[in-house]
Design a protein around this ligand. Structure first.
Ligand code: GLY
Ligand code: MN
Ligand code: MN
Length: 436
């Protein structure tokens, strides 16, 4: 649980950053509710920037921060409404929300447009993220226009719109202790869910039965949502990177690839494991699995402060490409196959991404044109794989094998900590879990 003091300190840091760059007013709306079909809605999930700054989970809320000599932190949220609260659920209401979430003041969301136009007066800049939700762009620009309309009174309107993500992405990239605790716990829950799924797998069961095991484990451990759509991909489906139908019967002799992670109090985990449906890796499966495992271990060994973001990917590509040659899948010299990117026929994605409130989390991968160096507190995935579709020039034993081994990693002062060790990744550990 992240404390209100921490959220308030994050807002103060953002305000200090804004002040150092000329000041202005920040407007950070949360996500809209989205209809799934006729007056029923997708499960609601707050916007990550908004949630990072205040931890408030209700929809229809906006955070407004005014930088300057006496910085102010305001929240706009739903007014209390007995009837709506009877039908839909509790609302804090502005008065309670201001106190509970550490704001200087809070107002009903219905007053936002009028108040924004007031707050923009004589301010040098607006700090927001345009281009995400057309309705928010429209409202923010309408408030700006309302101020411009009053220039003859002597008021001035903001002259600049800053992309607030440039600041918030950088803040979110380095996790604090509270975030790391949540990500450790999310990793544990997801690892336990994978163990449950591995144990439940056997020939002739359906992929969705295994998906149900994962979702049960996530929710019963207190996670609010899966962090992304669960992939339970048997046999040829494992070669479809974003397969989520999960409706096929799993056959004896095939592999099952599961990419699944829970979200806990906003923070994602993201684990992939691949294992034999019948509990025993065959020869070709074993060879390819050992290769991907070697790539996973080589990649993680590159995660340490000072090394650049791309070092794990380069290590994984080097191991995989040499392995593809050794197994007769590619012909030629490793160096050339890497330079020409011919390895991408069997390994077409990158080896990881930042992980946090978003599964593909905020943060630039390059700064000043260079891969950015790892810094303690960064969290990322390591997820090499290989995907072999049937083709005349590919030995048949490898057809339809898709393997990925994905772990979550925290950069520490002297290397890294693996957050997803709770589910085995070596062949012996997996086969033993399936025998049990
Ligand atoms: N599960 C999404 C990803 O691995 O990037
Ligand atoms: Mn991932
Ligand atoms: Mn994944």
């Amino acid at each position: 649980m992240i404390s209100i003091e921490v959220f308030r300190a994050r807002r103060a840091r953002l305000l200090a950053d804004m002040a150092a760059r000329g000041g202005g007013v920040a407007v950070v709306p949360t996500a809209p509710e989205r209809e799934r079909n006729r007056s029923t809605f997708f499960p609601y999930r707050a916007d990550s920037h908004f949630f990072y700054l205040c931890g408030f989970r209700e929809p229809e809320a906006v955070l407004v921060l005014v930088a300057g000599d006496s910085p102010c932190q305001f929240l706009f949220c739903r007014a209390k409404d007995e009837e709506q609260e009877t039908w839909v659920g509790h609302r804090h209401g502005p008065e309670v929300a201001a106190e509970r979430f550490g704001f200087d003041s809070a107002w009903p969301i219905g007053e936002l447009d009028r108040k924004l136009a007031e707050l923009f007066v004589n301010q040098p800049a607006i700090w927001t993220s345009l281009g995400n939700e057309p309705e928010w762009d429209r409202r923010i620009l309408a408030a700006l226009k309302a101020v411009r309309a009053k220039v003859r009174t002597g008021d001035t309107a903001p002259q600049t719109v800053h992309e607030i993500s440039a600041v918030l992405d950088e803040m979110r990239l380095i996790k604090d202790e509270g975030e790391i605790d949540l990500m450790r716990r999310a990793g544990e829950i997801s690892a336990a869910a994978h163990c449950r799924a591995i144990r439940a797998t056997r020939p002739d069961r359906f992929e969705y039965e295994i998906e149900a095991e994962l979702l049960h484990a996530f929710r019963s451990a207190g996670s609010q949502f899966p962090a992304y759509p669960t992939v339970v991909a048997s046999g040829p489906n494992a070669c479809v990177l974003h397969y989520t139908d999960n409706d096929r019967r799993m056959l004896d002799g095939e592999l099952l690839l599961i990419d699944a992670g829970c979200e806990l109090d906003g923070y994602a985990s993201d684990i992939t494991r691949t294992f034999p449906v019948n509990g025993r890796f065959s020869g070709a499966q074993r060879d390819l699995y050992q290769l991907v495992l070697a790539a996973n271990l080589a990649a993680r060994a590159e995660v340490r402060p000072g090394n650049g973001w791309n070092a794990p990917h380069e290590a994984a590509v080097a191991v995989l490409t040499q392995g593809f040659i050794d197994l007769g899948l590619l012909k030629g010299e490793a160096k050339e196959l890497i330079e020409t990117e011919n390895y991408r026929r069997f390994y077409m994605h990158r080896t990881g991404h930042w992980l946090g409130l978003d599964v593909h989390d905020a943060g630039q991968y390059k700064t000043n044109g260079q891969w950015r160096p790892f810094v303690p507190g960064m969290t990322l995935t390591i997820e090499p794989g290989c995907y072999i579709r049937p083709a005349d020039d590919v030995p048949e034993a490898f057809w339809n094998i898709g393997i990925r081994i994905e772990d979550n990693v925290l950069v520490t002062p002297d290397g890294c900590e693996i957050l997803t060790d709770g589910v085995p990744r070596d062949i012996e550990g997996i086969e033993e879990l399936m025998r049990g």
